[in-house]
Write a protein that binds this ligand. Sequence first.
Ligand SMILES: *Cc1c(COP(=O)(O)O)cnc(C)c1O
Length: 436
Amino acid sequence: MLRLALHGGNSVRRGKPWPLWPSFDEGTERAALAAIHERRWAASWPSSGAPSYELRFASAFATYVSAAFAVAVDHGSTAVLLALEAAGVGAGDEVLVPAMTWVASASAVLRAGALPVLVDVDPETGCIDARAAEQAVTSATRAVIVVHLACTVADLDALLAIATRFDLAVVEDCAQAHGAEWRNRQVGTLGDFGAFSFQSGKVLAAGEGGAVTTSSPSAFRTLQQLRADGRTYADDVAPGSMELVVDGTVMGANHCMPEVLAAVALDRLAQLEAQHDRRTTQADELERRLAAEALGIRGLSSHACVTRRSIYELALRVDVDAIGVPVDTLATALTAELERPVYPPHDPLHRSPYFSPSTRPRFRNQWTKDGAMRSVGRSFPGADAYRRSTLLTHHAALLGGEDDIDDFVHAFQKVLANVVALRNTSGVEGRAVSYS
Ligand SMILES: *Cc1c(COP(=O)(O)O)cnc(C)c1O
């Protein structure tokens, strides 16, 4: 039996480099330089006569997701916040949020002045469970945030039916799902709003950035103002004049996406489909081989309505009871073999160090004793099960060649041939890395 890299043996990978992320090429460099040279580094600055990169990127992105409208913003977190505000969410309201998500989905609710009520997730996908969502609805519930997690899509049929029944706004948090489809329709167009992130780790990376999609012309006008201090885009602009003009029907704040980053995002958008195809081919092959190996590790089974997946992190389901080693330990051993991070999910929000509203004075009104009980005062067995039985790896691992899949399979084989040695390895606390 080969000695694990974790225990001083040779690694499976043996120093071979992995694809680098974020990706860029000469076109990206030219795009960024052009934006720098134009000296309009912010949307709120005199125009050259050409539309801002922010506006050009937003319309290209709307076309990409087949949404009627998109507004570019500074971060994905902001996209969730502004979608909630455009939906009319505010003080005194409750918003349903899955317990298994990046903290931004919940902190956006608090920043909107509302209370995030955590809802358990489907242990297979990690996405919000429709039945649990229905049970959490009260007369104060105004909206539900549906997160399409890692490489899956939430059960939109069931969730949209509940939203209709209880008159809830649906914000799809698509920060991990650009380009995924449900019944051949792109996510971000099925709910009232889609919220996307272009942070460095995401499949469309610009450094920082986000966008809100909507089919409503009035919400589009509201969103523009929310992100640009009450301003909207003028219909046409003369060189040297401002493209952003006061509208004043909604007070906003400055959440504009920087022009240089919007230029980078616009360039990167052109590569997204080819990268999607590469990742999907690699993931399909890895999942097929893991199934054939019967190691107790498999791909997640996705809903029949998912006609296309988008892989932000490839999630694998681990039969931890049969294997007898915690996912945290397996992750550490796999990371050493592969020389790139394999990691368990973040802890669900009800026991996450990231989610601690009591540390922020601004959340005092919502985070009362009663509010905290409403938000987290239940058990979340689906989220706990997902956390203890899932391994994740970042999508960049799937952008290389077939040899990479061989290495993944060999690493799994080797680690699982060494479970006896691993049972004596003390559990490693938390995640080796965090990409979120
Ligand atoms: C990354 C992410 C966000 C936040 O996006 P930022 O651009 O980092 O602010 C929100 N929700 C989910 C599910 C994410 O993964």
